[in-house]
Design a protein around this ligand. Sequence first.
Ligand code: PAF
Length: 281
Amino acid sequence: MKTVTTVAEVRAEVRAWRAQGLTVGLVPTMGFLHEGHKSLMTAAKAGNDRVVVSIFVNPMQFGPTEDLASYPRDLKHDEALCESAGVDLIFHPEPEELYPEGFVSFVDMNGLTKELCGKSRPIHFRGVCTVCNKLFNIVKPDRAYFGEKDAQQLAVIRRMVADLNMDLEIVGCPIVREADGLAKSSRNIYLTAEEREQALVLSKAVKLAAKLFADGERNAHVIIDAMTKLIETMPLAEIDYVQIVDSLTIEPVDVIERDALAALAVRFGKARLIDNVTLKV
Ligand code: PAF
Protein backbone atom coordinates (compact mmCIF):
# COMPACT_ATOMS: atom_id res chain seq x y z
CA MET A 1 0.00 0.00 0.00
CA LYS A 2 1.20 3.48 -0.90
CA THR A 3 0.13 6.95 0.28
CA VAL A 4 0.39 9.69 -2.34
CA THR A 5 -0.47 13.38 -2.21
CA THR A 6 -0.71 14.56 -5.83
CA VAL A 7 -3.23 14.08 -8.62
CA ALA A 8 -0.36 13.13 -10.98
CA GLU A 9 0.73 10.28 -8.70
CA VAL A 10 -2.81 8.86 -8.47
CA ARG A 11 -3.21 9.04 -12.23
CA ALA A 12 0.12 7.24 -12.80
CA GLU A 13 -0.86 4.38 -10.44
CA VAL A 14 -4.34 4.00 -11.92
CA ARG A 15 -3.00 4.16 -15.49
CA ALA A 16 -0.63 1.26 -14.73
CA TRP A 17 -3.53 -0.82 -13.29
CA ARG A 18 -5.73 -0.01 -16.27
CA ALA A 19 -2.96 -1.14 -18.64
CA GLN A 20 -3.22 -4.57 -16.97
CA GLY A 21 -7.01 -4.58 -17.40
CA LEU A 22 -7.67 -4.23 -13.65
CA THR A 23 -10.84 -2.68 -12.18
CA VAL A 24 -10.71 0.09 -9.58
CA GLY A 25 -12.94 0.88 -6.59
CA LEU A 26 -12.84 4.24 -4.79
CA VAL A 27 -13.77 4.93 -1.15
CA PRO A 28 -13.94 8.71 -0.60
CA THR A 29 -13.42 9.66 3.08
CA MET A 30 -12.43 12.55 5.31
CA GLY A 31 -10.21 10.29 7.43
CA PHE A 32 -10.30 9.44 11.15
CA LEU A 33 -11.43 6.10 9.86
CA HIS A 34 -13.55 3.59 11.77
CA GLU A 35 -15.29 0.26 11.18
CA GLY A 36 -17.94 1.97 9.06
CA HIS A 37 -15.26 3.11 6.59
CA LYS A 38 -13.64 -0.30 6.78
CA SER A 39 -16.89 -1.94 5.66
CA LEU A 40 -16.80 0.30 2.55
CA MET A 41 -13.21 -0.78 1.87
CA THR A 42 -14.14 -4.44 2.32
CA ALA A 43 -17.00 -4.05 -0.17
CA ALA A 44 -14.67 -2.22 -2.58
CA LYS A 45 -12.06 -4.97 -2.22
CA ALA A 46 -14.68 -7.66 -2.95
CA GLY A 47 -15.96 -5.86 -6.05
CA ASN A 48 -12.74 -4.59 -7.68
CA ASP A 49 -9.14 -5.62 -8.39
CA ARG A 50 -7.66 -2.48 -6.81
CA VAL A 51 -8.94 -0.11 -4.09
CA VAL A 52 -8.16 3.60 -3.67
CA VAL A 53 -9.14 5.44 -0.47
CA SER A 54 -9.10 9.23 -0.51
CA ILE A 55 -8.51 10.98 2.82
CA PHE A 56 -9.31 14.66 2.51
CA VAL A 57 -11.08 16.95 4.96
CA ASN A 58 -12.84 18.95 2.28
CA PRO A 59 -13.00 22.64 3.30
CA MET A 60 -15.63 23.32 0.66
CA GLN A 61 -18.33 21.31 2.45
CA PHE A 62 -17.96 23.04 5.84
CA GLY A 63 -19.90 26.20 6.70
CA PRO A 64 -18.08 29.13 8.37
CA THR A 65 -19.25 28.13 11.89
CA GLU A 66 -18.66 24.38 11.47
CA ASP A 67 -15.87 22.11 12.73
CA LEU A 68 -13.37 22.24 9.83
CA ALA A 69 -10.42 23.27 12.01
CA SER A 70 -11.16 20.78 14.79
CA TYR A 71 -12.28 17.87 12.58
CA PRO A 72 -10.31 14.88 13.95
CA ARG A 73 -7.29 13.76 11.93
CA ASP A 74 -4.93 10.77 12.44
CA LEU A 75 -3.13 9.68 9.28
CA LYS A 76 -1.02 6.97 10.98
CA HIS A 77 -4.12 5.28 12.39
CA ASP A 78 -5.91 5.65 9.02
CA GLU A 79 -2.99 4.10 7.13
CA ALA A 80 -2.98 1.09 9.48
CA LEU A 81 -6.74 0.60 9.05
CA CYS A 82 -6.47 0.86 5.24
CA GLU A 83 -3.56 -1.59 5.22
CA SER A 84 -5.59 -4.08 7.28
CA ALA A 85 -8.47 -3.76 4.79
CA GLY A 86 -6.19 -4.54 1.82
CA VAL A 87 -6.32 -1.04 0.31
CA ASP A 88 -3.82 -0.46 -2.52
CA LEU A 89 -3.52 3.32 -2.59
CA ILE A 90 -4.32 6.23 -0.28
CA PHE A 91 -4.77 9.66 -1.85
CA HIS A 92 -4.12 12.27 0.84
CA PRO A 93 -3.87 15.67 -0.85
CA GLU A 94 -3.37 19.08 0.71
CA PRO A 95 -6.25 21.53 0.05
CA GLU A 96 -4.07 23.46 -2.46
CA GLU A 97 -3.69 20.30 -4.57
CA LEU A 98 -7.46 20.10 -5.12
CA TYR A 99 -8.28 23.81 -4.90
CA PRO A 100 -5.33 25.72 -6.37
CA GLU A 101 -5.39 29.50 -6.65
CA GLY A 102 -7.96 30.60 -9.20
CA PHE A 103 -10.36 27.69 -8.53
CA VAL A 104 -13.94 28.85 -9.33
CA SER A 105 -15.89 25.82 -10.65
CA PHE A 106 -18.56 23.98 -8.68
CA VAL A 107 -21.10 21.20 -9.09
CA ASP A 108 -24.44 22.08 -7.54
CA MET A 109 -27.99 20.79 -7.76
CA ASN A 110 -31.45 22.23 -7.71
CA GLY A 111 -33.22 19.48 -5.75
CA LEU A 112 -32.47 16.93 -3.00
CA THR A 113 -30.38 19.38 -1.00
CA LYS A 114 -32.98 21.69 0.55
CA GLU A 115 -34.30 19.34 3.28
CA LEU A 116 -32.61 17.32 6.06
CA CYS A 117 -28.95 18.35 6.41
CA GLY A 118 -29.28 20.87 3.57
CA LYS A 119 -31.52 23.05 5.73
CA SER A 120 -28.90 23.88 8.33
CA ARG A 121 -25.89 23.26 6.04
CA PRO A 122 -26.78 25.25 2.90
CA ILE A 123 -23.41 24.95 1.12
CA HIS A 124 -22.59 21.43 2.28
CA PHE A 125 -23.79 19.43 -0.71
CA ARG A 126 -22.27 21.78 -3.25
CA GLY A 127 -18.95 21.03 -1.57
CA VAL A 128 -19.61 17.29 -1.48
CA CYS A 129 -20.68 17.16 -5.15
CA THR A 130 -17.70 19.24 -6.24
CA VAL A 131 -15.11 17.18 -4.41
CA CYS A 132 -16.66 13.84 -5.40
CA ASN A 133 -16.79 14.97 -9.02
CA LYS A 134 -13.10 15.87 -8.80
CA LEU A 135 -12.22 12.54 -7.15
CA PHE A 136 -14.17 10.64 -9.81
CA ASN A 137 -12.29 12.55 -12.53
CA ILE A 138 -8.93 11.93 -10.88
CA VAL A 139 -9.32 8.23 -10.03
CA LYS A 140 -11.81 7.29 -12.78
CA PRO A 141 -13.09 4.37 -10.67
CA ASP A 142 -15.44 1.66 -11.90
CA ARG A 143 -17.29 1.90 -8.59
CA ALA A 144 -17.40 4.30 -5.66
CA TYR A 145 -18.60 3.35 -2.18
CA PHE A 146 -20.65 5.47 0.23
CA GLY A 147 -22.27 4.70 3.59
CA GLU A 148 -26.04 4.69 4.05
CA LYS A 149 -25.61 6.63 7.31
CA ASP A 150 -25.25 9.73 5.10
CA ALA A 151 -28.42 8.77 3.24
CA GLN A 152 -28.99 12.23 1.77
CA GLN A 153 -25.39 12.35 0.53
CA LEU A 154 -25.84 8.94 -1.10
CA ALA A 155 -29.06 10.07 -2.84
CA VAL A 156 -27.37 13.30 -3.98
CA ILE A 157 -24.34 11.47 -5.39
CA ARG A 158 -26.53 8.92 -7.20
CA ARG A 159 -28.57 11.79 -8.71
CA MET A 160 -25.43 13.68 -9.79
CA VAL A 161 -23.93 10.57 -11.41
CA ALA A 162 -27.19 9.86 -13.29
CA ASP A 163 -27.83 13.49 -14.31
CA LEU A 164 -24.29 14.12 -15.54
CA ASN A 165 -23.82 10.70 -17.21
CA MET A 166 -20.81 9.86 -15.09
CA ASP A 167 -19.38 6.49 -16.03
CA LEU A 168 -19.24 4.71 -12.70
CA GLU A 169 -21.45 2.71 -10.36
CA ILE A 170 -22.35 4.10 -6.92
CA VAL A 171 -22.55 1.41 -4.25
CA GLY A 172 -24.34 2.12 -0.95
CA CYS A 173 -23.27 0.14 2.12
CA PRO A 174 -25.28 -0.47 5.33
CA ILE A 175 -24.83 1.61 8.50
CA VAL A 176 -22.29 0.11 10.92
CA ARG A 177 -23.19 0.49 14.59
CA GLU A 178 -21.49 0.11 17.96
CA ALA A 179 -22.69 -2.90 19.97
CA ASP A 180 -25.16 -0.64 21.83
CA GLY A 181 -26.64 0.77 18.61
CA LEU A 182 -24.88 4.15 18.19
CA ALA A 183 -24.04 4.63 14.51
CA LYS A 184 -20.25 4.77 13.98
CA SER A 185 -19.08 8.28 13.15
CA SER A 186 -15.77 10.13 13.23
CA ARG A 187 -17.62 12.82 15.21
CA ASN A 188 -18.48 10.40 18.08
CA ILE A 189 -15.03 11.34 19.43
CA TYR A 190 -16.51 14.72 20.46
CA LEU A 191 -19.00 13.09 22.89
CA THR A 192 -18.49 13.19 26.66
CA ALA A 193 -19.44 10.02 28.54
CA GLU A 194 -22.82 11.51 29.47
CA GLU A 195 -23.54 12.71 25.93
CA ARG A 196 -22.46 9.31 24.57
CA GLU A 197 -24.98 7.61 26.89
CA GLN A 198 -27.80 9.95 25.91
CA ALA A 199 -26.96 9.72 22.19
CA LEU A 200 -28.16 6.11 22.27
CA VAL A 201 -31.63 7.62 21.92
CA LEU A 202 -30.90 8.25 18.22
CA SER A 203 -30.72 4.60 17.20
CA LYS A 204 -33.71 3.95 19.48
CA ALA A 205 -35.66 6.66 17.62
CA VAL A 206 -34.94 5.17 14.19
CA LYS A 207 -35.83 1.71 15.54
CA LEU A 208 -39.09 3.14 16.82
CA ALA A 209 -39.82 4.60 13.36
CA ALA A 210 -39.15 1.20 11.77
CA LYS A 211 -41.39 -0.54 14.31
CA LEU A 212 -44.32 1.88 13.88
CA PHE A 213 -43.99 1.54 10.11
CA ALA A 214 -43.79 -2.28 10.31
CA ASP A 215 -46.94 -2.21 12.47
CA GLY A 216 -48.77 -0.42 9.65
CA GLU A 217 -48.43 3.29 10.47
CA ARG A 218 -48.28 5.29 7.21
CA ASN A 219 -48.87 8.82 8.57
CA ALA A 220 -45.39 10.40 8.54
CA HIS A 221 -46.33 12.99 11.18
CA VAL A 222 -47.37 10.34 13.71
CA ILE A 223 -43.97 8.65 13.31
CA ILE A 224 -42.07 11.97 13.46
CA ASP A 225 -43.93 12.97 16.64
CA ALA A 226 -43.14 9.66 18.32
CA MET A 227 -39.44 9.94 17.38
CA THR A 228 -39.28 13.57 18.54
CA LYS A 229 -40.92 12.81 21.90
CA LEU A 230 -38.48 9.98 22.52
CA ILE A 231 -35.43 12.15 21.68
CA GLU A 232 -36.75 14.96 23.87
CA THR A 233 -36.54 12.68 26.92
CA MET A 234 -32.77 13.28 26.76
CA PRO A 235 -31.95 16.68 28.31
CA LEU A 236 -28.67 17.08 26.38
CA ALA A 237 -30.29 16.47 22.97
CA GLU A 238 -30.79 19.50 20.72
CA ILE A 239 -32.78 18.46 17.69
CA ASP A 240 -31.70 19.88 14.32
CA TYR A 241 -34.33 17.88 12.40
CA VAL A 242 -36.50 14.78 12.52
CA GLN A 243 -38.01 14.27 9.08
CA ILE A 244 -39.55 11.68 6.79
CA VAL A 245 -38.74 12.25 3.14
CA ASP A 246 -39.09 10.39 -0.14
CA SER A 247 -35.94 8.24 -0.55
CA LEU A 248 -35.26 9.43 -4.10
CA THR A 249 -36.37 13.08 -4.15
CA ILE A 250 -35.61 13.89 -0.48
CA GLU A 251 -38.89 15.85 -0.36
CA PRO A 252 -41.03 15.61 2.82
CA VAL A 253 -44.00 13.24 2.65
CA ASP A 254 -47.25 13.31 4.66
CA VAL A 255 -48.32 9.75 3.88
CA ILE A 256 -45.75 7.05 3.18
CA GLU A 257 -46.72 5.50 -0.15
CA ARG A 258 -43.24 4.98 -1.65
CA ASP A 259 -39.91 4.10 -0.05
CA ALA A 260 -39.12 6.81 2.48
CA LEU A 261 -36.33 7.80 4.77
CA ALA A 262 -36.92 8.52 8.45
CA ALA A 263 -33.90 10.68 9.25
CA LEU A 264 -32.65 12.80 12.10
CA ALA A 265 -29.81 15.11 13.09
CA VAL A 266 -29.32 15.93 16.75
CA ARG A 267 -26.63 17.85 18.58
CA PHE A 268 -25.09 16.61 21.79
CA GLY A 269 -22.65 19.32 22.89
CA LYS A 270 -20.09 19.78 20.12
CA ALA A 271 -21.22 16.69 18.17
CA ARG A 272 -23.92 16.88 15.52
CA LEU A 273 -24.95 13.29 14.87
CA ILE A 274 -27.15 11.82 12.14
CA ASP A 275 -29.00 8.53 11.79
CA ASN A 276 -31.75 7.14 9.59
CA VAL A 277 -33.75 4.13 8.51
CA THR A 278 -35.33 3.35 5.16
CA LEU A 279 -39.05 2.60 5.38
CA LYS A 280 -39.56 0.24 2.44
CA VAL A 281 -43.05 0.09 0.99
O1 PAF B 1 -18.88 11.36 3.67
C1 PAF B 1 -17.77 11.95 3.70
O2 PAF B 1 -16.85 11.60 4.43
C2 PAF B 1 -17.56 13.15 2.78
O3 PAF B 1 -18.73 13.89 2.66
C3 PAF B 1 -16.99 12.75 1.40
C4 PAF B 1 -17.96 11.88 0.63
C5 PAF B 1 -15.67 12.03 1.58
C6 PAF B 1 -16.73 14.01 0.57
O4 PAF B 1 -15.82 14.85 1.19
